[in-house]
Design a protein around this ligand. Sequence first.
Ligand code: C2E
Ligand code: MG
Length: 741
Amino acid sequence: MKSKPIKLDRRLKPRTGAVDRRARPPVDPSLHSVETLLHELQTHQIELEMQNDELQRARLALEASHNRYLDLYEFAPVGYITLTPEGKIIEANLTAATLLGVERNNLINQHFAGLVAPKDSDRCYFLLKNTLTHGKEQKIVELMMKRGDSYFHARLDCLPVLRNAEISMLRITLADITESKHTEEELRIAAVAFEAQEGIMITNADNQILRVNRAFTEITGYSAEELIGHTPRMFHSGCHDTAFYAEMWECIHRTGSWQGEIWDQRKNGEIYPKWLTITAVKDNAGNVTHYVGSHTDISARKASEDEIKQLAYYDPLTALPNRRLLLDRLQQALATSTRSKKYGALLFIDLDNFKSLNDLLGHDMGDILLQQVARRLIDCVREGDTVSRQGGDEFVIMLEELSGNIEEAAVKAKTTGEKIISSLNQAYQLATHEYRNTPSIGITLFINHQHEISTLLKRADIAMYGAKSAGRNTLRFFDRDMQETVTARAALEADLRFALMRNQFKLFFQRQARYDGKTVGAEALLRWDHSERGLVQPHEFIPLAEEIGLIIPLGQWVLEATCAQLKQWENQAQTRDLQLAVNVSARQFHQPDFIEQVCATLNKFAIKANQLKLEFTESLVLDDIDDTIAKMQRLKEVGLSFSIDNFGTGYSSLACLAQLPFDQLKIDKSFVRNIEVKPTDTVIVQTIIGMAHNLGMDIIAEGVETEQQRAFLESHGCQVYQGNLIGKAMPLEEFEHSLGI
Ligand code: C2E
Ligand code: MG
């Protein structure tokens, strides 16, 4: 390149202060000395040198700027290529050579179209041709350029260069757009993925909904507008507690994601299950910027799972659990009974003469009967019990948690069995036919893993055959002793129902005395004078009387007998001031007319109310505390007093007991028995006495059998005693005799 003549700028001109001949005053040559001339010459030389330096600097600056422009051109972010009008490369910058992966020298004279991927070479020819034809800039994108054996996406701008109104050259700008193509592609894929089958919801770090896809709006029933800006709390169904959500967020914060089944609510209120995956999106600094939730509605899948379960575990005809499910539940019941130590029972039920119904009226009628039997069986048991159909006309019922006492469990199982017999004895309406049928039931009890499941079922089955051979329409226990116990109890129940009418009850009296031996009263205790069995103790018949409701007339009888006795004693000095304590059962107390009955009895015998004391157990008073307080208050107003019986054996809260207007607290005999034997019980006795004093209650200890126990009680502040040491529970005559009558 030819260097142009350099123009001096102002900086290169002589400066003020430097020697300037034009500015100098004219000097008389005669005055010039050689020295002066020499001096001038030197000054001039210095000026010239200075001008040379500046010129040198200007040249270097020019060179530097030329190089900079050259660098800018060579290393530009895009490639520059110049072509002949025929498309041959004349010149290219380094970027172009690098992009194309070809040495710059080797590019010269190559046809540009030869560098284009074969599939796009036609488009390249068009680009060049169009530029030549139209004489103006042409652009083309997504042209594939070849680099050795690979390709890249490029954007080409083709510009014609005119000389004398003719196109002399074509200039091509070549930009690598591979990266932006990829980004574009990824965005396109992401957009397609976002509109996938799964519901997708994106929230910001504050959990505000920013975007949802169409599937999400379809699943939830909300439009995008209704969702954006809100938080996902609007989907909460109430099925999960706060601990569930706290755990979920703890997992997201710790691991960056969470997935699991969750029950949400749709806009229409429907609650449905879904599989949810939440992923936290973080920036480069590790801060959460967004949360992406992907939601799959699994209600349909669940429904089909339920259907499969229904087919696998339930009998299609009656919808009752089938044998397989029964075995499963029996396995669990055995484990539960091991923990609870309560007996359960298996009842094997077979319909009598079912085959003849099928033969007579056809299988359709047989099916209808089985369905009706199933419904009746369900009505005979509690919710937690299992009624299953084994096949044909055989049903098995599993009763759980009957009782810790084997006899009581047997009685309960028998009661249910009898209920079933009575229900299945009712007439069935089979289409137009009225039909009667009876069952035979075999029962066996279970607890722990005492016996194999198959053994238990076999036992119930054997017992059922026992019922068949006993004449059908009845029940039998597998265990002969059990059968006898249950039969005896049935007889006892029948006897008990008539005992009142037969006047078989009587009262025993047990003295209650002070520390100085003075008798203050007695507890009236019930006895059953059975014609064959002799004297039956209360523990043998009171629970049964409670169960069958007989305790109510029985309790009334005790009340009347006690009042009658008090009336009789009014005339004698030894008995006039005695107070009698009567035990009141929970069922009796909770009768709506209990107060009226008590008042009517007091009136009937015209006795002073303060001569009567009612003994309640802790469990009785805590059943309905407000009602109890109200009832007790009313009876107190009449003049009655109250004692808490068996104190210490219940689990009642002292705060509750303190609210009740008790006059006396009776320490249970189980603690008294262990005084100075078992340290904990000894401490309990001391504590109870202290507590009664603090609450302002009288205290009495029952079951006092030794002088040692009595002395201990007295030394700790308990001054009234009941027990064999003072006197056993005894019939009236004996009791009066002990008082010196
Ligand atoms: P309870 O109210 O705790 O009565 C005290 C029981 O302890 C009585 O037994 C009594 O005989 C016994 N006992 C008293 N002192 C001693 C002793 O020193 N040693 C021993 N070993 N036992 C002693 P009983 O008469 O068999 O009464 C048992 C339970 O039957 C009573 O317990 C009470 O809950 C209930 N009961 C008795 N009569 C009636 C009644 O008329 N109505 C109601 N509802 N229940 C009654
Ligand atoms: Mg008592």
